[in-house]
Design a protein around this ligand. Sequence first.
Ligand SMILES: NC(=O)c1ccc[n+]([C@@H]2O[C@H](COP(=O)([O-])OP(=O)(O)OC[C@H]3O[C@@H](n4cnc5c(N)ncnc54)[C@H](OP(=O)(O)O)[C@@H]3O)[C@@H](O)[C@H]2O)c1
Length: 217
Amino acid sequence: MKIALFGANGATGRLLVQRCLASGYEVTALLRTPEKFPFVDRVQVVQGSAFDSAPVRETIAEADVVLSALGAKSLKREDVLERAVPQIVKAMQETASLQQTVRRIIALGSAGALATSLDKQPAWRRWIVQNVVYNTFLKWPVASQISQWKDLSSSGLDWTMVMPPMLTNGPGRGYYRVDGDALPRNGSRIAREDVADFMMQQIGNPQWVQRGVYISW
Ligand SMILES: NC(=O)c1ccc[n+]([C@@H]2O[C@H](COP(=O)([O-])OP(=O)(O)OC[C@H]3O[C@@H](n4cnc5c(N)ncnc54)[C@H](OP(=O)(O)O)[C@@H]3O)[C@@H](O)[C@H]2O)c1
């Protein structure tokens, strides 16, 4: 199995790299700063930005599956997903005419991407999360996730957008709730380890293809 990995040097991305290597998968990672990447000797590195078509094309060229854990550094407007996801989608679509067609992408998103994400929350919580968190504090990350949703859901590819609430760095629990319609009731956090495990499981799972899926403790 050959994996193209975007955001490999991020907090969730590194967990994905570890899991891919443990599974015996070959990884090609697009990195802006390979010298800061701890797995540099164990993966194939393409140096560059996900905003540029040539390195994105090179990263996915031989892949069976694309994983993305791209994200911004801050809560300010950075437009990372707005600029990177169209490049990835376009590069994958272009492979349709090649021998190695790359159709499967599993992307890390966030629970804020869709207006219906809070449908299973109690009314008081829905109001606070929508108005205080999504509309204010996380305004720009949510805008980026809405953009990623639009790009993936209109791509025609075999996409899955994994949509957790707040991510934590502690150990995974190995169990969590999964819901295709909305964030599980009172779900407020989940460890990046559990998210990475779930993303890995989607590689061979047809259940959430061309869908978003919420996961939360
Ligand atoms: N934090 C939360 O509580 C939370 C909750 C739900 C969802 N999410 C979403 O989860 C995703 C990943 O989160 P995380 O905390 O694991 O990410 P992270 O540690 O911030 O890592 C993001 C990665 O994206 C890479 N990247 C950004 N712009 C790039 C570009 N132009 N070209 C190539 N690589 C680029 C960064 O590369 P460099 O190493 O070069 O900087 C970094 O490795 C984000 O989309 C975030 O919105 C986060």
